[in-house]
Ligand binder design. Sequence first.
Ligand code: IMP
Ligand code: MG
Length: 180
Amino acid sequence: MEEYCLNPLFSKEQIASFVKVLAEQISKDYKDRELVLVCILKGAFMFLSDLVRHLEIPVKIDFVRLASYGPGMKSSGRIEITKDAELPIEGKDVLIIEDIVDSGRTLQFLRDRLFLANPRSVKICALLDKKARREVEIDVDYLGKEVDDVFVVGYGIDLNEDYRNLPEIYYVTPVDQPKR
Ligand code: IMP
Ligand code: MG
């Protein structure tokens, strides 16, 4: 098994403040609307659960599971839907909840797919955004924080299914080989 070095990027307190600011903005913008949150599994589960606890408006919650990453840190570029949304969204306002945006392909795929069901609107809320890596046109309407082109883990976000449980966010670097 490969070993990685975990370098602190955002503390629990920093994450909590990103989430609080987002929740306040969303609560204001969607007051008196019918909002459906569509959370992308698995990475956004922790972000969603903290976000909804700070919302001051009624919402419905749905989940989709999309897979684009193969093993390791490289995206396969091919997106598969392995669990579809279940709630009706026709005429409703939809807000996609994502952990981190990279090429933008995952969100482009999901947004286009949700639009087929005739929602009133579809917007995007992401905790983190690697804007410099964007390959398709995707704007994040509600963003926690932009990050550099690093591979991050923790707070729901994984590397080969590890580290999702960490309450903080780290960026990963290879461990130096021991000297002989
Ligand atoms: P995109 O389709 O290239 O924008 O990739 C977005 C998806 O890739 C996210 O939903 C994440 O699951 C995953 N991803 C992107 N960057 C990272 C990272 O730094 N760490 C872990 N997963 C990531
Ligand atoms: Mg994801």
